[in-house]
Design a protein around this ligand. Structure first.
Ligand code: 13P
Length: 254
């Protein structure tokens, strides 16, 4: 399976800053991405077109939106539609990110609506799941992952579920590892990713083997290759360390 190395820029970078970072990336990747990896960037909305323009006609580079509201259009002040993201050139969307769930109180139900809507609109979806420290300490890891996956994927129409390969990726991001410098250890990552693969198999049958499961949470150039080499780790979702081109390039090459 092609490994996906994804950057979530969160609420960082003006347009000139995004253009500068992406110019450094494309220059360094002019000869192609290593091992045919897919490099995916989720910039803030205002810079989606900037990154799309820099990636145009280049292989194995893609751009996604960090958020959207799951209806076609309407009176939803401050929201962005999938049509707007499509117009700007995005082909992926992030759904269920821990910051959306915990800072903006997005419910499992909204995550499910967003997942279904984005797939229906032809987007590739990166669905983020992960437990809080409290949930982990209470021994609820598997229950939380199961609830987050089944609430998001369970309601999908049968026809959608059969065609998820190539259109859905899962990102395991333990909440306690995001932006904290505390990366999950190899045993913890292996356990969570194996649990996710098994849960996906229960829900989706054979398709489960074809769905990439990325790890995210304090990924750095120093730990990236160990993480990406673990069983069932099909890529990385990187926050802080993706903001500087040089550091993200090291992770891409790891
Ligand atoms: P950090 O890499 O900054 O911990 O962020 C992870 C993340 O939330 C990526 O979506």
């Amino acid at each position: 399976m092609q490994k996906i190395i994804a950057a979530n820029w969160k609420m960082y970078k003006t347009r000139p800053e995004a253009a500068q970072t992406v110019a450094e990336l494309t220059q360094a990747l002019a000869g192609g991405t290593p091992h045919d990896r897919l490099v995916l960037i989720f910039p803030p909305f205002t810079s989606v077109d900037v990154v799309v323009a820099a990636f145009r006609d280049k292989k194995n580079l893609a751009v996604g939106g960090q958020n959207f509201y799951p209806v076609e259009q309407g009176a939803f002040t401050g929201e962005i539609s999938t049509a707007m993201l499509k117009d700007a050139g995005a082909t992926w969307v992030l759904v269920g990110h821990s910051e959306r769930r915990h800072v903006f109180s997005e419910s499992d139900e909204l995550v499910a609506r967003k997942t279904a809507f984005a797939l229906e609109q032809g987007f590739k979806v990166m669905l983020c799941v992960g437990e809080t420290l409290q949930e982990r300490e209470a021994g609820q890891l598997r229950d939380v992952l199961s609830r987050q996956l089944s609430s998001a994927l369970g309601p999908l129409p049968e026809a959608q579920r059969g065609t998820l390969a190539g259109r859905l990726a899962i990102a395991y991001e333990p909440v306690w590892a995001i932006g904290t410098g505390k990366v999950a250890g190899p045993a913890e990552v292996r356990e969570a990713h194996a649990a996710l693969r098994a849960l996906l198999a229960e829900m989706l049958g054979e398709t489960a083997a074809d769905l990439p499961i990325l790890y995210g949470g304090s990924v750095k150039p120093t730990n990236a290759s160990a993480l990406v080499g673990l069983d069932n780790v099909d890529g990385l979702l990187v926050g802080g360390a993706s903001l500087e081109a040089q550091s993200f390039l090291q992770i891409i090459g790891s």
